[in-house]
Design a protein around this ligand. Structure first.
Ligand code: HAX
Length: 435
C-alpha cells in the first residue's frame, strides 16, 4: 500500500474502535431535540450527520480539523516560491488529521499527476454535448462517463468483503481527484477557446497544472487558484454538495456516481452557482447604471430594487454562518494585495459596505453577511478568467477534495445507508396535537 493509504488505514481503525466504544457507552444519550419547524424548514441546526473533515461555527466560520483559514494559509506547505497553500496539503489534513510536511505534499502532487490520465471516451462524451451546454452539466456528465473506471464498482460486482470497501473507495477517490483538473480544463478550452487544448504538465502541482491546462501562466493566477482550491474544499457535511455526495455514497454507489450527484447540487443558484450569479448581478448593475463604479447610494438602491423584485442578493446569506465568511475575507486580503485598483473588485467591496445593513433591516434574512461566492468571481475576472458560467466548475473541482475525503471516512467507519424518517402533514398534525 502507499504511505497515505497505510496511514489512513491505521487512523480509521483507531477511530472506528473509538466510535464503537462511544456508541456502546453513550449511544442512548440525547444530543438535541427536534421541533416541527425544523422538519419543515430545511432541517436547520438538526444534528444528523458525522463528517470528520471539517466543522462550521456560525460566527468563526469553517475549521478544517481544527484549523481556521488564516491558520491554514500560514501553516500548509506552498509550492516553490509560492505565496498560497497547496490544496494537496488540505486534502492530507482532511484525510489524516495532520498538517503535512512539504515532502508529503510533493508526494501527493506526484501521486495525483501519475493517476491523472483521462480515457479518450470521456472527451468523446463531452464532445457529444452541444457546446452551449452549461459547463456544470458537462462536468457532471464527464464524471459519470468516467464511472466505467470505478475499481469499487468492479470489485463489488465480483464480490468483496465489507471490510475492504474503504480500500477501493480510497483508490477511486484518489484517481477521480487526480483526473478532475484535466476534465474541467478540457471543458473550459472546448467551450471558450475553440477546442485548442493544452496538454498537462506532470511537473506542476495539482492546482498549478489546472491553471496551466486552462491556458494561464501568470504566477499570481496560480496562487489564486491554489487559494481558491483550498478554501472551497469543504464546509462540514450538511451543505447540499457534501450531503448529496455522502447520501448517494451511502447506497454504496461508487465515488464517481456520488460526486456527480454532489456536483449537480453544487450547480444550484442557492449553492455553488451563486458565484456565477454574483458577477452577473454586479455586471447588470454596472450596465444599468452606466458606470463601472456605482456609488454606495446607487448600490444601496439596486439592492433594495433586487429585494423588491422578489429576488435574492447573490453572495449574501447563509444557512449556518452568522458573520462575514472567512473565505470571503481571505479573498478580500488577496484582492488588496494583488488587484486593489480593479473596479469590479472595488464594487464587491462597496457592496460589502452597504448590503449587510439593508439585508439586516429586512428583519427576515438571518445572515446579512457575505459568503464565499460574493468575492471569487471578481478576482477571477481580474486575471482574465472572464467566463463566469465556468466559475462553479472551479468550485466543483475543489469541493471534490472534501467530499471524497469524507467518503473514504464513511466507508472506513462502516457508516450505513442513510435513511431518515419522513412524515406527512396529516401525521405531523397528529404528532403535535393540532386540529
Ligand atoms: N437575498 C434576499 N433574500 C434572502 C437572502 C439574500 N441574500 N438570504 C436569505 N434571504 C431570504 C430567504 O430567501 C428567506 O425568504 P422567505 O422567507 O421569503 O423564503 C428568508 O430570507 C430567510 O432565509 P434565511 O433563513 O436567512 O436563509 P436560508 O438558510 O433559508 O437560505 C441561502 C440560505 C444561502 C440559500 C440564502 O441566504 C440565499 O438565498 N442567499 C443568496 C444565494 C447565495 O449566495 N447562495 C450561496 C450560499 C453559500 C454557498 O452555499 N455557497 O456555495
Amino acid at each position: 500500500m502507499g504511505v497515505i493509504k497505510d496511514a489512513f488505514k491505521v487512523k480509521a481503525e483507531t477511530l472506528a474502535a473509538e466510535i464503537k466504544t462511544l456508541i456502546a457507552e453513550h449511544g442512548d444519550k440525547k444530543i438535541g431535540e427536534i421541533t416541527l419547524a425544523q422538519v419543515y424548514q430545511g432541517m436547520r441546526g438538526m444534528i444528523g450527520l458525522v463528517t470528520e473533515t471539517s466543522l462550521l461555527d456560525a460566527n468563526d466560520g469553517i475549521r478544517f480539523r481544527g484549523f481556521s483559514i488564516p491558520e491554514l494559509r500560514e501553516k500548509l506547505p506552498r509550492a516553490e516560491g509560492g505565496i498560497e497553500p497547496l490544496p494537496e496539503g488540505l486534502f492530507h489534513l482532511m484525510l489524516l488529521g495532520e498538517i503535512p510536511t512539504k515532502d508529503e505534499v510533493d508526494h501527493l502532487s506526484a501521486t495525483w499527476a501519475r493517476r491523472s490520465h483521462v480515457p479518450n471516451y470521456v472527451f468523446d462524451v463531452i464532445e457529444a454535448l452541444p457546446v452551449s451546454t452549461h459547463p456544470m452539466t458537462q462536468f457532471s456528465v464527464a464524471i459519470l462517463a468516467l464511472q466505467k473506471e470505478s475499481l469499487f464498482a468492479k470489485a463489488y460486482s465480483e464480490g468483496i468483503s465489507k471490510k475492504d470497501y474503504w480500500d477501493y473507495i480510497y483508490e477511486d477517490s484518489m484517481n477521480l481527484i487526480a483526473r478532475l483538473p484535466r476534465v474541467a480544463a478540457y471543458i473550459y478550452r472546448r467551450k471558450y477557446k475553440g477546442g485548442d487544448h493544452i496538454q498537462p504538465n506532470g511537473m506542476l502541482d495539482w492546482a498549478g497544472n489546472f491553471a496551466h491546462m486552462m491556458g494561464y501562466d501568470d504566477k499570481r493566477f496560480y496562487a489564486l487558484l491554489r487559494l481558491y482550491m483550498t478554501i472551497h474544499a469543504d464546509h462540514e457535511g450538511g451543505n447540499v454538495s457534501a450531503h448529496a455526495t455522502h447520501l448517494v455514497g451511502s447506497a454504496l454507489s461508487d465515488p464517481y456516481l456520488a460526486l456527480s450527484a454532489g456536483i449537480n447540487g453544487l450547480a444550484g443558484p442557492l449553492h455553488g452557482l451563486a458565484n456565477q450569479e454574483v458577477i452577473r448581478w454586479i455586471e447588470e448593475m454596472q450596465q444599468e447604471l452606466g458606470t463601472e463604479l456605482p456609488s454606495k447610494e446607487q448600490i444601496s438602491q439596486y439592492i433594495k430594487d433586487t429585494l423588491a423584485a422578489g429576488k435574492v442578493v447573490p453572495g449574501y446569506g447563509h444557512a449556518v454562518l452568522r458573520q462575514t465568511d472567512p473565505r470571503f475575507t481571505a479573498q478580500m486580503e488577496f484582492g488588496k494585495k494583488h488587484c486593489p485598483d480593479s473596479p469590479l473588485v472595488q464594487c464587491v467591496w462597496n457592496v460589502y459596505e452597504v448590503a449587510p445593513d439593508i439585508l439586516g433591516a429586512t428583519g427576515k434574512i438571518k445572515n446579512p453577511w457575505p459568503n464565499v461566492d460574493a468575492h471569487s468571481g471578481a478576482l477571477l475576472k481580474y486575471f482574465g478568467l472572464v467566463e463566469e458560467d465556468f466559475y462553479t466548475v472551479l468550485f466543483g473541482v475543489s469541493r471534490s477534495l472534501g467530499v471524497l475525503a469524507s467518503l473514504c471516512w464513511d466507508r472506513a467507519l462502516g457508516f450505513p445507508i442513510e435513511r431518515p424518517k419522513s412524515i406527512t402533514t396529516e401525521y405531523a398534525k397528529e404528532l403535535v396535537g393540532a386540529k
